[in-house]
Unconditional design. Structure first.
Length: 336
């Protein structure tokens, strides 16, 4: 068994395995204690350390060396020590620095949430709402790029990209050959391919799921609907691809499947990657075995008007007829 060590985050102590990062230790606690992460992805080796949104303050290094760390550190890249004490949401310094990071991320990112397909499930949108400023102090012209198709069903909107590298790591680690990456340097850096529509492999669609913003979008779903008007349902099929388990989330609008995505955990990370056949070619209910409505956090806008369990509206006096009528009406809004 691996050695267990204790770490305290915002006054809450938890025991974790030796070698665990501060971010993953916070995830074991859960709730608001968990720092936001735009570039870290637990399923992708080497990810993290680029966006700096997960910065925290270490006020005590360890029991052996109780000195605080002189600067804020990235929790996704910093391993815990026995007796370490960390401040996240209880530190004004961390919140101020995180607001500065969000401001930097929004320097070039266009505020086009009303027309962005990622709206409603965008990590940057959530961060901007929590830490963003009403206006930017940036006075220079924003950098802009033309939209390009990097695959037959994937469109790249580089203006929105925050260079988190998730899509690059995904292509590196789950596909046979990566054909896109970071071109140029500094302020001219961009995600691109040397030849347009060059991204063509069985798992290329997964770069859409890992993108934390609306830079990589599904062309088959673009502008078809707002995500909070759809109803997500977990389903599966016997996929012929040896690396795909066929477990997905179907996004319904009425009886139509508008898009298919990989299932995600509570931290918004894909549980298991799926092939392009499941994602793009199987959009009929008859193609799938329906399991149950996807659980959506009540704090998410996607949960609007999605009822997973029957909760009849309250009545002043016991009235069986009225309760039966309520039940009939509520059944009309239950997820399929």
């Amino acid at each position: 068994m691996s050695e267990k060590i204790k770490v305290t985050i915002d006054g809450i102590t938890v025991e974790v395995d030796n070698g665990t990062t501060i971010l993953n230790a916070a995830r074991q606690i859960g709730g608001d204690i968990v720092p936001p992460a735009m570039c870290y992805y637990s399923k992708l080796q080497g990810s993290g350390g680029k966006c700096r949104t997960c910065i925290v303050k270490v006020t005590k290094g360890s029991e052996k060396d109780p000195r605080p760390m002189p600067k804020l550190v990235a929790s996704c890249r910093t391993t815990v020590m026995d007796g370490m004490e960390v401040l996240n949401i209880t530190s004004p310094e961390v919140l101020e620095a995180r607001a500065g990071v969000v401001e930097i991320l929004l320097i070039n990112h266009p505020l086009d949430c009303p027309v962005c397909d990622q709206a409603g499930e965008c990590d940057l949108q959530n961060l901007g709402y929590e830490h963003g400023l009403q206006k930017t102090r940036y006075e220079f012209e924003r950098r802009t790029f033309d939209r390009i198709d990097i695959g037959d069903k994937i469109q790249l909107h580089m203006n929105r990209c925050i260079l988190c590298y998730r899509c690059v790591f995904t292509a590196d680690q789950i596909t046979n050959k990566r054909v896109h990456g970071i071109l140029n340097r500094g302020d001219h850096s961009e995600i691109s391919t040397y030849i347009q529509t060059a991204v063509d492999n069985d798992f290329s669609g997964n770069v859409i799921d890992v993108c934390p913003v609306g830079a990589l979008t599904d062309k088959t779903f673009r502008f078809k609907n707002r995500v909070w008007f759809t109803k997500p349902v977990d389903a599966h099929r016997n996929c012929d691809h040896e690396k795909c388990n066929g477990k997905v989330t179907l996004w319904y609008k009425g009886e139509d499947v508008l898009r298919v995505t990989a299932r995600k955990d509570q931290f918004g990370e894909v549980e298991e990657f799926i092939c392009n056949t499941c994602r793009f070619d199987k959009k009929a209910t008859s193609d799938w075995v329906i399991e149950h409505p996807t659980h959506i956090d009540d704090t998410s806008v996607i949960a609007s008007n999605h009822y997973e369990t029957l909760k009849p509206l309250p009545v002043i006096n016991p009235n069986p007829a009225l309760q039966a009528a309520n039940e009939i009406e509520l059944h009309k809004t239950v997820k399929y």
